[in-house]
Design a protein around this ligand. Structure first.
Ligand code: ATP
Ligand code: MG
Ligand code: ZN
Length: 279
């Protein structure tokens, strides 16, 4: 690929806890998975680097606790990184590590360049606001002040995620899990973000609803050409969606490549297990 990435991540680290003599040294730390048994520090993300290219879906797969959500939260500025860099394709931010920006600048990036669909819809939606109000909130944050225009966009988005318009004034707390995820997707798309983060978007949904949501994501990606980072512990979901895939284990990337290649010829023992369990 010759195009410039929309998002470049370099050596991202996130630890919970202060570390100690036993675990302080990256090269020779002895951990129980991601956990220092001596001081209790969790190394949730260890030296993550990746590139997200225009219009691609990059999958991140790994078992529960491997650090996927932590990575997403760091990228979306919900959590502070311990160290590392990220660069986004924006003429005003060229060469600037976005983790070093002011909170105001980070908010600007969130509002204008990013969309996020959280693993738990409670984090992405105000459950006692109307659905259309949730979407408007994001549009206002992105600088929109035209009420008629916002309402038209909200309606279009809700339609595109198959929420019937007669229910648009309803609160997401009345909706099923699948509907809540679809409202989150509509909200995340409402500022036309070049980059969309999706964390376990179909986990916990029954299979037919899952298929629906996955179809919807594919369609959005095809029609809008948005770049997506899709996190799932389920390789079947990643297989459906991702052009390229990164495999995480214990906070580190252990394998990456074209999704087809990883499925056909997994290199790491853990990836091999994942792939064989699909068959
Ligand atoms: N606020 C926190 N304080 C301490 N440890 C945390 C915190 N948040 C996450 N962790 C730890 O970081 C590690 C990675 O968690 P994370 O939620 O990123 O995993 P995940 O890959 O998203 O898992 P799942 O598939 O279950 O969603 C886990 O060991 C978790 O216990
Ligand atoms: Mg998670
Ligand atoms: Zn320690």
């Amino acid at each position: 690929m010759h195009e410039e990435p929309v998002l470049q991540v370099r050596n991202l680290r996130k630890q919970f806890g202060p570390g100690c003599r036993e675990c302080g040294q990256m090269d020779n730390r002895q951990l129980e998975k991601n956990y220092c048994t001596n001081c209790g520090t969790v190394y949730a993300c260890q030296d993550i680097s990746l590139d997200l290219y225009p219009g691609e879906i990059l999958g991140i797969v790994g078992e529960s606790g491997s650090g996927k959500s932590t990575l997403m939260q760091c990228l979306y500025f919900d959590a502070e990184v311990s160290s590392g860099e990220a660069y986004i394709k924006d003429p005003k931010l060229e060469g600037k590590n976005v983790f070093d920006l002011s909170s105001q600048q980070k908010r600007y990036i969130r509002n204008h360049s990013y969309g996020m669909v959280y693993q738990n819809p409670v984090h992405g939606l105000k459950m006692n606001f109307s659905s259309v109000g949730n979407i408007a909130e994001k549009q206002i944050a992105a600088g929109n002040r035209n009420v008629a225009d916002m309402e038209a966009t909200s309606k279009k988005l809700l339609e595109s995620v198959h929420i019937p318009l007669h229910r648009m004034k309803e609160e997401p707390q009345n909706f099923s899990g699948g509907m809540q995820q679809r409202v989150q997707i509509a909200k995340a798309l409402s500022n036309n973000p070049p980059v969309l983060f999706l964390d376990e978007v179909t986990t916990g949904l029954d299979l037919s609803v899952q298929a629906n949501v996955l179809d919807l994501i594919k369609t959005i990606q095809r029609e809008l050409g948005i770049s997506m980072l899709v996190v799932s512990h389920d390789l079947a979901v990643i297989r459906m969606l991702a052009d390229r895939t990164v495999v995480m284990l214990n906070g580190a990337i252990i394998e990456e490549g074209l999704t087809d290649q990883i499925l056909e010829d997994p290199q790491h023992e853990y990836t091999q297990q994942l792939v064989y369990s699909l068959l």
